[in-house]
Design a protein around this ligand. Sequence first.
Ligand SMILES: *Cc1c(COP(=O)(O)O)cnc(C)c1O
Length: 425
Amino acid sequence: MSDLNNIYAEFGISQKVVDLSEKVLSSLEERFLEIDKNAEFNQMKVLAAMQKHKVSDIHFAATTGYGYNDLGRDVLEDVYATAFKAEAALVRPQLVSGTHALHVALSGNLRPGDELLSPVGKPYDTLEEVIGIRDSRGSLREYGVTYSQVDLLPDGSFDFEGIRKAINEKTKLVTIQRSKGYATRKTLSVEQIGELIKFVKSINPNIICMVDNCYGEFVERIEPIEVGADMIVGSLIKNPGGGLAPIGGYIVGTKECVDNASYRLSAPGLGKEIGASLGMNTSMFQGFFLSPTVVAGALKGAIFAANLYESLGFDCHPNATEPRFDIIQEITLRDPKALCAFCEGIQAAAPVDSYVKPEPWAMPGYDSDVIMAAGAFVGGSSIELSADGPMKEPYSVFFQGGLTWYHAKLGIMLSLQKIYDAGLL
Ligand SMILES: *Cc1c(COP(=O)(O)O)cnc(C)c1O
């Protein structure tokens, strides 16, 4: 009874799905080995940063109130700065989400009359209101910061001529989104980001180059600071929180950029000096420590899913063999029932709320109903196994995460099982 197949059977997975999965997996050994090697490299990078800054149990103590002299908070920021090869970092539970961290980074570094440029097309949905692409109260636009955008060329490459034309004497900051998020373009590699930054700096070296690093951390061996970014920004309930950070965001970069952001997060004059860590330092340190291996598990899950579903005739982005630069996987299911069944499988595999059946629902900001599957320890965490998709053509599911590879694998197997059970394949 200690056979793996028996325990899979208890989850309702048929021999057919087990066999298909094993067949697909046997072709992935080399890729998984490469992922493990990257994880080892990144694990060493984080460990070395922790040792360099002499992380000790005194850093796990909670502070309250103003949080002056919060040693743990300050050392955590030094660890982030070192691991990401930057001068300074702001890593705080008071940065309540990725969008908030991006807003603080942008509004702290832009002044009225400045222009913000996105040379990689439209940014992530929630940034439209931050920037003022969609009318919204309190946007950068209301504060006199203008915005311009250059789309990627149809083949996904940078429109260097367009970018050169768009840069003018007002251009103060360039925002580069690493992950495609839920858009249809490809995710950028750190190397590609480096080429873009070099080009921008060749026109005007004073332009601040910021990278929205969400979903990209530890997927590669280098991070965007190493190819010239002045500032990188992300969320702790994605990759770098390692599934343990219960909240938080980070802004890492030059001392000047990070200080400017800190004056926006707290207040001019106060900056990084203030902000109690409220007992969250341990989870933030430990989550960062685990993040490289957690990201590796999520990556294996994404690659397994692409290979499994592509072998059954579904379009996958990235496809089965493409290199990976973030942890998101899109599968075009072409059928609303299959989309629901897929999400039911992910939900049924969850450690939390596995007995819940996800239903499509209207969501603010979406023009169609959306179905979501998540059974997470941390609310909304997307480094944990989660899936969602808008109930409209082409009925694509986006999924990401998995705190362990084995859990991601089970979720994907169950997603396929539910599609078979519904008679859709
Ligand atoms: C998730 C994400 C954001 C926003 O982060 P939230 O925590 O959801 O506010 C911004 N940009 C990208 C590329 C993302 O993936």
